[in-house]
Design a protein around this ligand. Structure first.
Ligand SMILES: Cc1ncc(COP(=O)(O)O)c(C=O)c1O
Length: 407
């Protein structure tokens, strides 16, 4: 009689885990209906744009992330492009970024006319390895920015990256599409370097369906961000930057209204997720073959879009990570692999040998080690964490059966 669901046994988890996403109630409904009724659907309908829903969302989000300026845009990919351009990245420049990231991070670089330089990740955190970043800059003259991707919401080591960037005359631009609510040494992500970019796409930690925000503490960069997101600067209009060839990626009032309502929940949701993750990690530490990702003590709050975990085959009866994931899914606990695939293997970039670089850690992690869980799972009760732990323990107990399945 098989024990494991993958071998025909009874699945352990019989209910849906976590919370549906996004979470909303009459706050969002009222906010949207008010915008409809106002007939002011874009911020340009307001005599003082800062009085618009987008303007209010920007002010509240800037405060939440400890930034001086925030600017709403239409999605997270253009947010990266605007942040890079406003930070001085021009056509022909190079942007140093981790090999393991979501593909649109690299396409945003290409859309600036710049070239992504993929570097390896730190095996403890899966984030850009500052030593690898510095080595890649080496003799290069056109490396203009380091794109620090807070993969899984963990803030990058901006102390080390800012130090490199200062010495090399470069900018650190953060991709915070996963890290709303995260803090590095008590300060919100986004403006820890020169500028940062957030995404509010459907599944993100703060969602308005589609949307994004760029943040900075730098007056000049703020003016340029504004110019790059809207008609390239309007001479004589206060707050408008220098004339530049720009995108048009303005945020609508509907997005601003929903974003404001969602922001009112973000701190509580971040704390609830962190509590559940701490509990889960304590349990995982006691099971051979699985391990939490390293959290730098300077990460004082962790708002995570997804969490990466490590699978250590030698300590899990020699079975592969893929068999482990399939067996866990069969038990009713589906997992992902996170954003760990090296981008130089992505079909968009694979045909360009010049972009291929040796990133052995990223390759090993993507092929054999990473597994991940999404953020909405952590908004459920603690008993959901117990079920996940029990499912992992069940696999560990029946590893011989798992080896037979793997055959
Ligand atoms: C790390 C990362 N950066 C940027 C983006 C792009 O955001 P958007 O989908 O809003 O364009 C995503 C989207 O999933 C992402 O995961």
């Amino acid at each position: 009689m098989p024990h494991l669901a993958i071998a025909g046994g009874e699945p352990l988890v019989k209910q849906r885990l976590g919370s549906p996403w996004p979470v909303s109630d009459d706050r969002e409904q009222r906010a949207v209906m008010e915008v409809v009724a106002s007939a002011k659907w874009g911020r340009s309908a307001y005599a003082t744009p800062a009085d618009s829903r987008v303007g209010q969302f920007e002010a509240a989000f800037a405060q939440f992330q400890d930034a001086r300026y925030a600017l709403g845009v239409s999605n997270g990919t253009v947010a990266i492009e605007v942040a890079l351009r406003a930070s001085g990245v021009e056509a022909g420049d190079e942007v140093v970024m981790p090999a393991a990231a979501f593909v649109s991070v690299a396409t945003a670089v290409v859309n600036c006319g710049a070239v992504p330089v993929f570097v390896d990740v730190d095996p403890q955190t899966y984030l850009i390895d500052p030593a690898a970043a510095e080595a890649a800059i080496g003799a290069r003259t056109r490396a203009r920015a380091i794109l620090a991707v807070d993969n899984g919401g963990l803030p990058c080591d901006t102390d080390a990256l800012n130090d490199i960037a200062t010495r090399r005359g470069m900018a650190v631009v953060s991709d915070c599409a996963h890290s709303h609510g995260s803090q590095w040494k008590g300060v919100g992500t986004g403006a820890l370097g020169r500028a940062g970019a957030f995404s509010f796409q459907q599944g993100k930690l703060l969602s308005c369906g589609e949307g994004g925000m760029v943040v900075t503490n730098d007056d000049g960069v703020a003016g340029l961000m504004d110019a790059y997101h809207h008609v390239g600067g309007v001479p004589g209009r206060p707050g408008r930057g220098a004339p530049v060839v720009s995108l048009a990626c303005r945020m609508t009032e509907f997005q601003g209204a929903v974003g404001l309502a969602q922001l009112s929940r973000l701190k509580g949701q971040t704390e609830a997720r962190e509590r559940n993750l701490t509990y889960l990690n304590e349990g995982l530490r006691e099971i051979d073959g699985v391990a939490p990702i390293h959290r730098d003590p300077r990460v004082t709050r962790w708002g995570f879009y997804l969490v990466h975990f490590r699978f250590i085959s030698e300590q899990f009866g020699g079975i592969s990570r893929d068999t482990f994931r399939k067996a866990l899914a069969a038990e009713g606990a589906p997992t992902g692999v996170g954003h760990t695939q090296p981008l130089y293997r992505h079909p968009i970039f694979a045909g360009q040998p010049a972009l291929k670089r040796a990133c052995p850690q990223a390759e090993r992690i993507a092929e054999t080690e990473s597994w991940s869980l999404g953020h909405a799972l952590f908004l459920g009760p603690t008993s959901d964490m117990d079920l996940i732990l029990e499912a992992v323990r069940k696999l560990r107990r029946n590893v011989d059966e798992l080896r037979e399945v793997e055959g």
